[in-house]
Design a protein. Structure first.
Length: 163
């Protein structure tokens, strides 16, 4: 792996329809000044693409993978099975079960294949980016400062008294 200051985040999703949610991760990473890439990778429809991505992620200088998936949501777990890079799973809200199926699929990984599972939908996508920033910040003082500033700004935005 190259210099830790050059690590980037990969945002992957199972289909184009997941982008509406996953673009929220991209917005946060942009605000933090973290390099990232986005890709559509389906565990079921493009398994060879998934394998190539996961097995080359480390040499492509990816430090964290955010994987959004709906329905059976196998993408985060399958990627985690193929790499030791941290994988953060974002369950996409579905029409049928409101994302509960996705959440359970991502959270219920067998021991030895970890996926950090976030909340369903938009909150999960935003928090996945913030968690990815925290991971990158461990070895990058610039990102640590940006993250601390973001959190400080969030704290200051909370009013002390209702109006």
């Amino acid at each position: 792996m190259k210099n830790n200051k050059d690590l980037k985040v990969a945002i992957v999703m199972g289909s184009q329809s997941d982008y509406k949610t996953m673009q929220l991760s991209a917005k946060i990473l942009k605000k933090m000044g973290i390099k990232f890439e986005t890709k559509i990778i389906s565990a079921h429809r493009t398994p060879e693409r998934m394998y190539r991505f996961a097995s080359s992620a480390s040499k492509n200088n990816i430090g964290v993978i955010i994987a959004g998936a709906g329905g059976s949501a196998h993408l985060p777990g399958m990627i985690s099975a193929l790499t030791s890079i941290p994988v953060l799973g974002v369950p996409i809200e579905s029409k049928k079960l409101k994302g509960l199926d996705s959440l359970l699929s991502i959270a219920q990984m067998p021991k030895g294949v970890p996926v950090g599972t976030l909340a369903i939908g938009e909150d999960g996508a935003i928090n996945a980016a913030l968690l990815a920033a925290s991971i990158i910040a461990n070895n990058n003082p610039y990102i640590k400062k940006k993250l601390n500033n973001w959190r400080h700004s969030q704290t200051k935005s909370v009013k002390k008294n209702p109006k």
